[in-house]
Ligand binder design. Structure first.
Ligand code: ATP
Ligand code: MG
Length: 191
């Protein structure tokens, strides 16, 4: 399987669709948000640093994040392809990922972009706050995360476009439809 980068705003469904892709294709899954939340839960030094940024809706600095990603990737079982969920989020992270994979005789495979309007995103995240109690899912922090996404992450879509890897999916109100379109694109890319 080709590697997959799943890309989109907070609440766009990166984790949800990653789980579905893993269930169907048996790929590896690296969610940088989950890695960081695990570090916070375990009270590690890294977790303490990460918490300051996450609670503020800001990105963890690139150098630190790139190091975490490489360590997590190298600890994965290889051969089945990996989904990168929540990474890269900046151009610097994208360049670093490209190089890291090339050094390992691997590549980025394909990028799946999830496009959802902010009103829908906000409603989903406020609902997730009730269900999962994530500290950064409150209205004030969500607004900061949207702003960070617009300014620092969204411009990356063009970068992927230039790499010839971008596959865009627009939310039209049905998870099943979205999933069917995503599976079709994955199958076509792996033919
Ligand atoms: P969702 O997972 O619902 O799409 P999200 O993208 O906001 O929402 P996560 O991917 O779990 O959530 O990330 C949560 C926080 O972790 C981010 O707001 C950021 O502070 C930090 N983080 C995660 N990945 C990165 C990254 N690649 N670079 C910098 N910071 C990151
Ligand atoms: Mg997530």
């Amino acid at each position: 399987m080709k590697n997959i980068i799943i890309f989109g705003a907070p609440g766009s469904g990166k984790g949800t669709y990653s789980d579905e892709i893993v269930a169907k294709y048996g790929m590896g899954h690296i969610s940088t948000g989950d890695v960081l939340r695990g570090e916070i839960k375990n009270g590690t030094e890294l977790g303490k640093i990460a918490k300051g940024y996450i609670d503020n809706g800001q990105l963890i600095p690139d150098e630190l994040m790139i190091d975490i990603l490489a360590k997590t990737y190298d600890a994965q079982t290889k051969g089945q392809g990996v989904i990168f969920d929540g990474f890269p989020r900046t151009i610097a992270q994208a360049e670093a990922l490209k190089k890291m994979l090339a050094d390992r005789k691997d590549d980025m495979g394909m990028m799946i972009e999830l496009v959802v309007d902010e009103e829908t995103l906000m409603a989903r995240l406020l609902n997730r706050a009730i269900e999962q109690g994530r500290a950064d899912d409150n209205e004030e922090t969500i607004k900061k995360r949207f702003e960070v996404y617009r300014n620092q992450t969204a411009p990356l879509a063009e970068w992927f476009e230039k790499e010839g890897l971008r596959h865009t999916f627009n939310w039209k109100g049905s998870k099943e439809q979205m999933l069917a379109e995503i599976f079709e694109a994955i199958d076509a890319a792996n033919k």
